[in-house]
Design a protein around this ligand. Structure first.
Ligand code: ZN
Ligand code: ZN
Length: 622
């Protein structure tokens, strides 16, 4: 019925209109119709003038049937191909996914047979709209009916669609049934389990896949970073390097984040150097992550140099640098940077304000902090989150305004968490306020009952107030509630190898030397008036000598002694610790930095301590 080409129809050739334009861009359906009639009149074949590729986008949806007719009559290619390319455009953008499905159903109504591409574009659209899985299931049955199950790319889209909608069982079923799988099929499954946080399952797929590409490696490495398994991420990265797979920018971002987590400066530096030599060296995300890595590895100066040299900076770069200065106790520098940032018209975000409030906390500038806190809501319309409240409580507590801090907590519009109460408890310790400490613990008991750190702090407060009966009571209640001391561990990286020390354990092969080194240091410290602060030892041990022994086996002390033995004189020693540094280690590290004339950087659970010439960057408040 539709087989007769229009151009074969004979039209009278008299009364010719003006000459035909040679090359035409069609601007509207009516323009198309005008041109079409002109061609009929002049008996010109349509394909010479009208680009078919333009027709679908121009005519859908209002002139859909007209477009269908033209394509059906004149296009030398199968009509579905023209619609496919438009369907692809529509389904590539989440905002036009519904339009894509509308087009798909119009094509079905015309009984135009979809090919595997048509189906994959429709599936892609399904995975971008709410409840798209229902239409997706219909398309799945169409795939089976039309016998497209062996088209790997199409089945991949199907697996992807199911995995996006939590149709995991369906995804797995389809994946299992695939006769041939390509690298994309495997990558979809890995990414799916990584996103779900099921890292072991993801690794299972990763290990089983026959050929891996950089995306597979990156998905797995980034998955480990996300799951806070930085060590596994780095291990896998080294494996990847060994077999000669080159990292892309996403891998670099992931691995820099892992280095930041672990404080692995050597690898972090090497990866950063690699990124500088590659084509993505100027990528802002890579640079921001590198800045964060340097900061978290204790090299704030290196981070700042990098920041200063950046040609393009985002709010993330500014915030990272401001937080970095604050974390390293350089409050003034952070405030200065904030001012420059706002003068340049960069809008700060929530993270920037966390940094700036931290900074005020370090300078002890309560008034300025209040100003920033108000500015944040009034000028920048940022709703304070729990972290901001935590900073304010920390700040007021540090400054000794403990009653104000308690009032502040009680009037907070959101429920205070253990970090907020923990900050108050820290203030109570420094300013020797037993009543405030008890109030904080009352809440911490409910919020974070098994964290021994808080009990230790309260027991210190009691001990300093000579309330030994209460110290004993706390020990009892810790026992009764089943609170166990979280084992403290510290790591130090020497010549690319990370050594881990666990409090009280003597697993290191050079333990004997380490203990000797420590004894040597203790002797020198005692000569300068050091007495071990055994009040931090919570065990029921009466013997002071025994207590000292336990104190001297704190993980960061072992790591420091090892570091001093195995690194060149004068170099900076960097230690990572999983818990808060205790007051005895803090006191000892200050002295040692002076004795050995070296800089010691310790990253504990909350902040950095940079020990130099007998003092610490935290100004003894942490
Ligand atoms: Zn300690
Ligand atoms: Zn410190």
């Amino acid at each position: 019925m539709l087989s007769l080409p229009l151009s074969s129809l004979q039209f009278p050739t008299q009364n010719l209109p003006s000459p035909l334009p040679s090359k035409t861009t069609i601007t509207s359906p009516s323009h198309l119709k005008q041109l079409h009639s002109l061609l009929i009149k002049t008996n010109t074949p349509l394909p010479t003038l009208i680009p078919f590729t333009q027709i679908p986008s121009l005519c859908f949806p209002s002139h859909f049937h007209y477009a269908h007719k033209i394509l059906c009559l004149h296009s030398p290619k199968p009509e579905i191909l023209h619609w496919n390319s438009y369907l692809n455009t529509l389904s590539s953008n989440p905002s036009s996914s519904l339009e894509a499905l509308r087009l798909f159903s119009c094509l079905r109504e015309l009984d135009l047979l979809p090919n595997s591409f048509t189906l994959s574009f429709a599936l892609k659209a399904c995975s971008q709209i709410p409840d798209g899985i229902f239409i997706g299931r219909c398309i799945h049955s169409l795939i089976v009916k039309l016998e497209y199950q062996s088209e790997v790319f199409l089945v991949n889209t199907l697996v992807n669609m199911y995995s996006r909608y939590g149709g995991e069982d369906d995804a797995l079923l389809v994946f299992d049934k695939m006769a041939i799988r390509d690298v994309v099929s495997w990558n979809i499954m890995i990414t799916h389990f990584v996103k779900k946080g099921e890292i072991v399952l993801a690794r299972d797929f990763f290990d089983k896949m026959p050929d891996k590409n950089i995306r597979s490696w990156t998905a797995m490495i980034a998955g480990y970073v996300q799951a806070k398994k930085a060590k596994d991420a780095i291990e896998l990265f080294r494996e990847m390097e060994e077999i000669g797979v080159r990292a892309n920018e996403v891998t670099v971002v992931a691995i820099l984040a892992a280095c930041a987590d672990l404080g692995d400066l050597e690898l972090g530096k090497r990866v950063h150097e690699y990124s500088k030599r590659s084509r993505f060296g100027n990528n802002v995300r890579v640079q921001n992550t590198a800045i964060d890595m340097y900061i978290k590895c204790g090299c704030v100066e290196l981070a700042r140099n990098m920041f200063d040299e950046m040609t393009e900076r985002t709010v993330v770069s500014w915030s990272a640098m401001i937080c970095g200065h604050a974390m390293h106790g350089q409050g003034e520098e952070a405030v200065k940077l904030f001012k420059t940032m706002t003068q340049l018209g960069v809008q700060p975000n929530g993270v920037t304000f966390i940094g700036i409030l931290h900074a005020c906390s370090h300078i002890g500038s309560v008034d300025e902090a209040w100003k920033f806190f108000t500015k944040m809501t009034e000028e920048y319309d940022i709703v304070p989150e729990i972290e901001h409240y935590g900073c304010m409580v920390d700040l007021l507590s540090r400054a000794g305004q403990l009653d104000e801090a308690l009032d502040f907590i009680n009037t907070m519009p959101i429920k205070p968490n253990s970090i907020v109460w923990g900050a108050l408890l820290g203030g109570a310790r420094v300013h020797k306020r037993v009543d405030i400490g008890e109030e904080a613990i009352r809440h911490l008991r409910k919020l974070d009952p098994l964290n021994d750190g808080y009990y230790v702090v309260l027991s210190n407060i009691y001990a300093e107030a000579d309330r030994w009966g209460d110290v004993a009571k706390i020990r009892m209640s810790m026992k009764n509630c089943g609170v166990r001391k979280t084992p403290g561990w510290s790591t130090i990286t020497v010549n690319g190898e990370t050594h881990e020390f666990v409090a009280g354990q003597i697993g290191h092969p050079r333990m004997e030397e380490i203990c000797k080194k420590w004894e040597e240091l203790v002797k020198k410290m005692r000569a300068r008036g050091y007495t071990p602060d055994t009040s931090v030892v919570m065990l029921d041990i009466e013997d002071e000598g025994e207590k000292e022994k336990i104190l001297f086996r704190h993980s960061e002390k072992l790591a420091l002694a090892f570091g001093l033995m195995s690194t060149p004189p004068g170099s900076v020693i960097r230690i990572m610790k999983n818990l808060r540094v205790c007051s005895d280690c803090h006191k000892a590290f200050k002295l040692i930095s002076e004795i050995v004339g070296r800089e010691i950087v310790v990253r504990d659970r909350n902040r950095f301590h940079c020990f130099r010439d007998g003092s610490c960057s935290c100004k003894d408040y942490w």
